[in-house]
Write a protein that binds this ligand. Structure first.
Ligand code: DGL
Length: 259
């Protein structure tokens, strides 16, 4: 097959998936990308499973109207509850996220690792099974971060720092230095963790997922200028402004807070 284009739909409940989109556009720069942030229905991590499944299904249908050839659920919560179902329902490849617990455990044997994720992700079978498969459940210290993704969507950095303070202090008391960010939103604020402790070892699933996509989607498009369309369901002008700032990596590279 000689193909010179590839279009991928990337979804999240809000802006967290932009952290994965950043990696994806670096890895496959010639792919056209369509981003869908479901701000009107977020946070997924605090909804019930059936609600999230129906949101994800609707977004997959939306992507098909845009003629995407693959979909990425750039959201750990959506992946845990819906990826198996939408994979069965749609014939195009559908990728998902997984908290990077495996590399964290393998590279830090006998150490406690903290996994930060949404309440729904931590409740789901996929997460519980992952700990069991690795036979290292005792090594995993789960922290359910209700409310955090919404603060990140709003770029509310003052409140984010207040939110993180007790979590970071708890990690210090427990002498935990290895953290798995099990929600794509949290990757956007990785620097706040490192500002607190530059020795933290932080893992996320973004690179692993993107590498897997690159290996699976063969042939890749030839060099060309790619397009990026961003849809924010219920998004205001301000939400788009925040999205572009995250997208350009300004927040965690230059510490430019959005006012
Ligand atoms: N970004 C999402 C995740 O990776 C979920 C945030 C939310 O809507 O609760 O889990």
């Amino acid at each position: 097959m000689n193909k010179n284009f590839l279009k991928i739909g990337v979804m999240d409940s809000g802006l967290g998936g932009l952290s994965v989109l950043n990696e994806l556009s670096k890895k496959i720069p010639s792919a056209d990308l369509v981003y869908y942030g479901d701000l009107a229905n977020s946070p997924y991590g605090e909804k019930n499973k059936d609600e999230v499944i129906s949101y994800v299904d609707e977004i997959c249908k939306f992507f098909l109207t845009k003629n995407v050839e693959a979909i990425l659920l750039a959201c750990n919560t959506a992946t845990s509850v819906a990826v198996d179902l939408v994979r069965k329902k749609y014939s195009i490849p559908i990728f998902g996220m997984e908290p990077a617990i495996k590399p964290a455990i393998l590279e830090n044997p006998n150490e406690q690792i903290a996994v930060l994720a949404t309440p729904l992700t931590l409740k789901e079978k996929k997460f519980l099974e992952l700990g069991k498969i690795l036979e290292q459940e005792n090594q995993i210290y789960s922290i359910s971060c209700k409310g955090l993704s919404k603060l990140i969507d709003h770029a509310n950095f003052y409140e984010i720092e207040i939110y993180l303070k007790p979590i970071l202090e708890d990690l210090k008391i427990r002498k935990i230095n290895t953290i798995v960010l099990g929600c794509t939103h949290y990757v956007l604020i990785k620097n706040l963790f490192l500002n607190y402790n530059p020795y933290f070892k932080i893992y996320d699933g973004n690179k692993g997922t993107v590498n897997h996509i690159e290996k699976t989607l063969i042939p890749l498009p030839i060099e060309r200028e790619a397009s990026l369309d961003i849809f924010l369901n219920g998004g205001t002008e301000k939400d788009f402004e925040i999205a572009y700032t995250y997208l350009n990596n300004h927040l965690h590279n230059e510490g430019n807070y959005v006012k």
